[in-house]
Design a protein around this ligand. Structure first.
Ligand code: CDP
Length: 204
């Protein structure tokens, strides 16, 4: 069975939590495509050249826990502007999306560029304030001490860079179901996503 769920949205909107829950509910494979850009960003911070790092990426590079830092997120959104970096990562994502058994991919351009034919498209969003609060808590829980204002500024800056770039900007696909998680509990946001997927899930 081929079945693709495309989940896009800005930083810290809840895509990760929703994607993992949808994947578990329907027994689908999950790819967090942000990790690809983070791995390239980390490679550049380590002195590599962005396109060469993207072309030489190994799936094992995605398992590095250091990819979750703010510095790497920022570097990721800078390399993500480069069309040659994006081009180097397209085929891996497309192959993952059409694997047997179905897949969930989350990112910025999944419903618009990587999988325009995805059976389900979700656009998960929330206010910048809410997203910065969540990201700040996440970082604090992991032991990183960063001021809230710094996190908020970084979220706004990255939103702008991701939305304004020429190649594959962050945008809801025309046929996406939007879930605004600003005032939703995790359980309610996950339930809304699962309902949207179930409505399209093939009856066996
Ligand atoms: O977890 P968070 O939402 O903060 O970020 P992420 O999904 O890990 O993505 C990090 C950065 O990679 C984003 O700010 C984008 O610039 C870039 N990205 C992209 O351009 N396209 C994707 N499909 C996924 C991420």
């Amino acid at each position: 069975m081929k079945f693709t769920v495309a989940i896009d949205g800005p930083a810290a909107a809840g895509k990760g939590t929703i994607s993992r829950a949808v994947a578990a509910e329907f027994n689908l494979a999950h790819l967090d495509t942000g990790l690809l850009y983070r791995a390239v960003g980390a490679g550049v911070l380590a002195g590599g050249e962005a396109v060469a790092v993207a072309q030489g990426l190994d799936p094992r590079d995605l398992e590095n826990p250091d990819l979750r830092t703010q510095a790497v997120a920022d570097a990721a959104s800078q390399v993500a502007v480069n069309p040659d970096v994006r081009a180097a990562l397209v085929q891996f994502q497309k192959d993952f999306a059409r694997r047997d058994g179905g897949a969930v991919l989350d990112g910025r351009d999944i419903g618009t560029v990587i999988c325009p034919g995805a059976e389900v498209k979700l656009y998960v969003t929330a206010s910048a304030q809410t997203r910065a609060e969540r990201r700040h808590k996440e970082l604090t829980d992991k032991g990183f001490s960063t001021a809230f204002e710094t996190v908020l500024a970084e979220v706004i800056d990255r939103d702008r860079r991701d939305s304004e770039r020429a190649t594959a900007p962050l945008r809801a696909a025309r046929d996406a179901v939007t879930i605004d998680t600003s005032d939703l509990s995790i359980a309610a946001a996950v339930a809304a996503a699962i309902d949207a997927v179930r409505a399209k899930y093939p009856v066996t």
